[in-house]
Design a protein around this ligand. Structure first.
Ligand code: C5P
Length: 224
């Protein structure tokens, strides 16, 4: 695609981890660096899009010319996504959203109980942000990510259909030097040949490369 291919389009991207509070000083989270989502934001901007980047807690500079909304938890991220949805043409769910949050967040710091050797945290399911987007009335073109350590194709196809995505970017996070935290990544893109769940799955392999180049290749593949 050439510069300007996304002119006039609003691209909304989630990136990074979410952080689920346990008490005022502790949380549950994951190792997502946000690099892939930030690279996608920059690539979409380069192609002329208006970009809203909804970022969990990451330490990355904001790419020039984009609107960044910082969030902490999955519930915050969902609220920010909903606020951006009415004008969204393309949604890219790159965030590693925590699947669960604490059922009750302690108001005060939890104290160690002498003589107690185990602790149980009660968790409740977080909403699936990307599935909320595809279920919305004017669903945008939606791209999801699937980080897998095995059976990449099967899990990616399952998520593509279950979350009603238009395209899924599957990463093998078990591959050394790629994925979480790394600067390089490889991916396999999957989409349905037509739109029904029983239609054949098409795949396109992108070899290992810097996340900036991978971001551009994903957008190029999507664009006519
Ligand atoms: O099911 P899994 O978490 O592997 O799916 C990954 C995809 O779903 C990613 O695109 C991720 O951003 C999105 N997701 C989401 N909200 C969740 C969980 C995952 O948007 N609660």
């Amino acid at each position: 695609a050439d510069t300007g291919a996304l002119a006039g389009r609003h691209v909304v991207i989630t990136a990074g981890p979410t952080r689920e509070a346990i008490d005022p000083v502790r949380y549950l989270s994951n190792h997502s660096s946000g690099k892939m989502g930030f690279a996608l934001a920059e690539a979409a901007r380069t192609l002329g899009a208006r970009v809203t980047l909804i970022a969990g807690p990451v330490s990355l500079p904001t790419p020039e010319g984009i609107t960044r909304v910082d969030v902490i938890s999955a519930m915050d991220m969902l609220a920010a996504v909903n606020a951006a949805l009415s004008t969204c043409d393309i949604f890219i769910g790159c965030a590693a959203v925590a699947d669960y949050r604490l059922l009750d967040v302690a108001e005060h710091k939890l104290k160690k109980v002498p003589g107690t050797t185990s602790l149980t945290l009660n968790l409740t399911e977080n909403p699936d942000i990307i599935a909320t987007v595809t279920a919305s009335e004017h669903a945008p073109f939606t791209i999801g990510f699937a980080a897998e350590t095995r059976e990449l194709a099967r899990h990616a196809h399952d998520k593509l259909v279950r979350k009603r995505l238009d395209l899924i970017v599957a990463n093998d996070v078990a591959a050394p030097g790629l994925g979480f935290g790394a600067d390089d990544n490889a991916a396999v893109l999957y989409h349905l040949a037509a739109s029904g769940p029983d239609d054949p799955v098409m795949s396109h392999t992108l070899s290992p490369r810097p996340k900036q180049d991978l971001a551009r290749a994903i957008l190029d593949y999507m664009l006519p």
